[in-house]
Ligand binder design. Structure first.
Ligand code: AR6
Length: 205
């Protein structure tokens, strides 16, 4: 609705029968965490510096899941921008737990922050790697004056991270940045993930 857009509320399309499932939590007097269900490729905050985070892999040249959806929606310019990111060793542009930033091209946000979460069953310290992926994304966002940022459930698809454990790492790491953003969103793709995240937020915030 135009009135919500005019007030600077996030524009976002809800995909399922949950309607506009959104839960808000105060991180500090000036910062809000929002948990919502939906497609992160349509998320943006009108007229602000905003970014979505991509659950990428170390090569950073696209893939399935949310990575594939983000590349399709952003257009081929995003792949070209990722190719420009220097390799730190052969085939690795972004090591696990680190983050890189690119423009967002045809997406409605200004930037995409690419991060790589752990492959749960082969990473020796998955919790450390997952918290680093969130922390480095938030640091990079802060350094680029981003005030609104949205995350998917990093590592919770093909990388196999158990949802409850992942939600605790995600929300407790966001809490470390409670004064740095106007809004931090989790945009979650299924009822199941949405419900786990909302429950954990009620426990931790
Ligand atoms: N919006 C929000 N969340 C989404 C969307 C979307 N449009 N599409 C999927 N998800 P995954 P990972 C959710 O597998 O586990 C890729 O091939 C999905 O339901 O995308 O970190 C990369 O190239 C799940 O909850 O990422 C890597 O090789 C969450 O996003 C590898 O997958 C993450 O699932 C990364 O694996």
């Amino acid at each position: 609705p135009s009135s919500a857009a005019a007030a600077g509320a996030p524009r976002f399309r809800v995909l399922s029968s949950m309607g506009d499932a959104v839960e808000s939590f105060q991180l500090s007097p000036s910062s809000v965490l929002k948990i919502q269900k939906g497609d992160i490729t349509v998320w943006s905050v009108d007229g602000s510096t905003d970014a979505i985070v991509n659950a990428a892999n170390e090569r950073m040249l696209g893939g399935g899941g949310v990575d594939g959806a983000i590349h399709r929606a952003a257009g081929p310019e995003l792949l070209a921008a990722c190719e420009e990111v220097p390799e730190v060793k052969p085939g690795v542009r972004c090591p696990t737990g680190e983050s890189r930033i690119t423009p967002a091209f045809r997406l409605p946000v200004s930037h995409v922050i690419h991060t790589v979460g752990p492959i749960y069953y082969s990473n020796k310290q998955p919790e450390v790697s997952l918290s680093n992926a969130y922390r480095n994304s938030l640091r990079l966002a802060k350094g680029n004056n981003i005030r609104y940022i949205a995350f998917p459930a990093i590592s919770c698809g093909v990388y196999g991270y158990p949802l409850k454990e992942a939600s605790k790492v995600a929300i407790s790491t966001v809490k470390e940045f409670s004064d740095d953003f106007k809004e931090v969103h989790f945009v979650l793709f299924s009822d199941e993930i949405y419900n786990v995240w909302a429950e954990t937020a009620r426990e931790l915030l």
